[in-house]
Structures are given as structure tokens and as C-alpha cells.
Design a binder for this molecule. Structure first.
Ligand code: OSB
Ligand code: MG
Length: 369
């Protein structure tokens, strides 16, 4: 499989509503899309999950553009790959920039699956025909509005509700949600908003029977999380702190986390995601698939990954219509009663909707081998 052409697009789409975390609010989503073509004319698609500004991690759309154009594309163009696992090996000498690497690697995984007449799920070794999904809800203007909004998503059948918390916006909202919905599978994501000074406060969450608390402490920490976990009944799930299977191993060995959120971009691609999945499965640590407010291409990759057997908890991969007026794939991703059916078509299983895609493309770069 020789990579002969790459088309890189910079996209700009606006979400239906702003998404607010402990860092701030976003509604406009800029991101990169990649289409790779092999010597036989097969194609594969990848999406970068870096945001416009470096608040979730250090990468941005512009740093990804630089790394992809100036370092990654020169490595893959004209190269003959036997298997997509070779891509992350090839990228290993370049430090970090995981979201940039994952976008290129993801496109090559899709290409490989299509060329070999496999679904991406099959190429990864996944078997589930449908996946259970939850929803991640940003910080709202008031607790009353949040409780009402959560109610609408429970009615739609989502299998797990995640809400964002931050200091001053935590115990009260969880108490209100538990009061209104005593039995719903509920969890909270802090996006690193707390420190060990908040142990007593975080212990108050223990009475609400949360499935987990996601990334309560610093994005680069695994030591303090281990201290915190010893003081909490609620399981800790790490998101921002995990960039590789080695990070997962260390965090699990230290007792910093009992559950891992796998995001393909954050860990540098599907090959590393699978390694984390396999390691966690061996250790009896459940994983779930996180989200980065993806458009259709990235969402399709998340669905394929989630078919692996240790994705035991519902992830953040909701239907397209939860984010977008119109998505860039056809058909769009549909979540019904908390399930997404895994597509049967080869590769990511969805076609690019070129009309829609072109309308939201602000810049294109073409590379030929
Ligand atoms: O921490 O999981 C997170 C969105 C942007 C950045 C970080 C996170 C999130 C979400 C939303 O929680 C997940 C989604 O719906 O795609
Ligand atoms: Mg998170």
C-alpha cells in the first residue's frame, strides 16, 4: 500500500450550541481533515482533534498543520506500508504532537481497511455490532437548566450522563441531578480544575454514587491522583494525563486511576489506543471512548474503536445531530435509545458528504508523491 496523494483541509464549522468546560466555552470548531490515496486509487480519511487554542492540551489546529505538512507527510508520501501499525513506529522519533500523528495514522487505517475489504472495526479486531453511548454535557447557565437538559437526554435513551464540574459548580449540581434522577448512570468531568487542597470537597461527591470522576487534578499529574484515589470511594478516571500505554501502565500501577478514557488523538492514534485497550483488559481495568466534539470522520473512528471488547462503559460518542446542523458524512451518525449501530461498509463505514465538506472548507493543501 503506497501513499501517493494526500489532500489536507482546514475546516471551520459552528456547533449548534456552545460547549463549556472548566477552561471556558467554545462553539466554533476549526479542525483538519486528511484524505490519503494509494497507488490503486483507494482512499482513507482522518480527522485531527486539536482545537484552535491549546486549552485541552498543547496542540492547536495551526501546530497540527505545521507538523503534518512539514514532518509527517514527507515521511509517509511514496512509502509502502504493509500494515498501519508501521505508521506510529515511523512517527516515534518525533516527540509528542499526538493529535497530528493520529490524524495521519487514522487516514491510513481507513485506507488499509478499505483496500482489504474490511470494516475499520474488523481491521482493529473489534466485534460489537452496536455500541452503547452516553453524552457529555457542558456547564450550563443555571442548575435548573442543567437538570432540565439532562432530562431530555435521559428521555432519548443515552446510557450514561456526564456533566462538567468546576470549583463553585460541583456539589450542588450533582446533588440536584441525583435528586431529580436517583438511578441514572451519572459521572462528573473536572478537566483538571481541582488540587489536593480540595480533598474534603471531592469526598462530598462520594454520597452520590457516581460511576467515576474524570480528571479531577492536573493534566500532567499521576502522583496526586493516586493520593486522591486513596481518599475517595468514587473511582477516578484519567483523561488528559494518559498519552500512551506506558502512561496507562504507570497510572494503574500507582493506583491513580481505575478506569481509562481513551481518546485516539490524545494517545497518537488507533495503534496506541489498541495497545492501551489490550493492556487495560489484561489488568481488569475498563475503558471507554472519549470525545473531542468531532465531526463525522473522527466520530466514525471512535465508533470503530469502541467495538473492541474492553470498552465496557458507554463513551462520549453521541449522534451527529447533538453537535451539528449538518455533518460532513453520509449517512450521519445516529444514536437511538443509547445505541449506535456499527456501519457495515468497508473502512470507517460512512461516505464523506463532499457538498457539505466543501462548504465548510477554508483552506486546502495538496501533496503528490
Ligand atoms: O474532557 O472529555 C473531555 C470536549 C472537549 C474537550 C474535552 C472533553 C470534551 C467532552 C465532550 O467531554 C465529548 C464529546 O461530546 O465529544
Ligand atoms: Mg475529559
Amino acid at each position: 500500500m503506497i501513499i501517493k496523494e494526500i489532500n489536507l483541509r482546514k475546516m471551520n464549522m459552528t456547533m449548534k450550541s456552545p460547549f463549556t468546560t472548566s477552561f471556558g466555552s467554545m462553539q466554533v470548531k476549526e479542525f483538519l481533515l486528511l484524505e490519503v490515496t494509494d497507488e490503486l486509487g483507494n482512499t482513507g480519511w482522518g480527522e485531527s482533534t486539536a482545537f484552535s487554542a491549546p486549552w485541552y492540551n498543547e496542540e492547536t489546529v495551526e501546530t497540527n498543520l505545521h507538523i503534518i505538512k512539514d514532518f509527517l507527510i514527507p515521511l509517509v508520501l511514496n512509502r509502502n506500508f504493509g500494515h498501519p501499525d508501521e505508521v506510529s513506529e515511523l512517527f516515534a522519533p518525533l516527540r509528542k504532537n499526538n493529535m497530528a500523528k493520529a490524524a495521519v495514522e487514522g487516514a491510513i487505517w481507513d485506507l488499509y481497511a478499505k483496500r482489504n475489504k474490511l470494516t475499520l472495526a474488523e481491521a482493529l479486531g473489534g466485534t460489537a455490532e452496536k455500541i452503547e453511548v452516553g453524552i457529555s454535557i457542558g456547564i450550563q447557565k443555571s442548575t435548573v437548566e442543567l437538570v432540565e437538559l439532562v432530562g431530555t437526554y435521559i428521555k432519548k435513551g443515552y446510557k450514561r450522563i456526564k456533566v462538567k464540574i468546576k470549583p463553585g459548580n460541583d456539589i450542588e449540581i450533582i446533588r440536584a441531578l441525583r435528586g431529580a434522577y436517583p438511578d441514572v448512570p451519572l459521572m462528573a468531568d473536572a478537566n483538571s480544575a481541582y488540587t489536593l487542597k480540595d480533598i474534603a470537597l471531592l469526598q462530598q461527591l462520594d454520597e452520590f454514587n457516581l460511576m467515576m470522576i474524570e480528571q479531577p487534578l492536573a493534566s500532567d499529574d499521576i502522583i496526586d491522583h493516586a493520593k486522591l484515589q486513596k481518599e475517595l470511594k468514587t473511582p477516578i478516571c484519567l483523561d488528559e494525563s494518559i498519552h500512551s500505554m506506558e502512561d496507562a501502565r504507570k497510572a494503574i500501577e500507582l493506583g491513580s486511576t481505575k478506569i481509562i478514557n481513551i481518546k485516539i488523538g490524545r494517545v497518537g492514534g488507533l495503534t496506541e489506543s489498541k495497545k492501551i485497550h489490550d493492556y487495560c483488559m489484561d489488568k481488569g481495568v475498563p475503558v471507554w471512548c472519549g470525545g473531542m466534539l468531532e465531526a463525522g470522520i473522527g466520530r466514525a473512528h471512535n465508533i470503530a474503536l469502541t467495538t473492541l471488547p474492553n470498552f465496557l462503559l458507554p463513551g462520549d460518542t453521541s449522534g451527529s445531530s447533538r453537535y451539528w446542523e449538518e455533518d460532513i458524512i453520509k449517512p450521519e451518525v445516529v444514536a437511538e435509545d443509547g445505541y449506535i449501530n456499527v456501519p457495515k461498509a468497508y473502512g470507517i463505514g460512512y461516505e464523506p458528504n463532499l457538498d457539505v465538506m466543501n462548504r465548510y472548507t477554508v483552506e486546502q493543501f495538496y501533496f503528490k508523491g
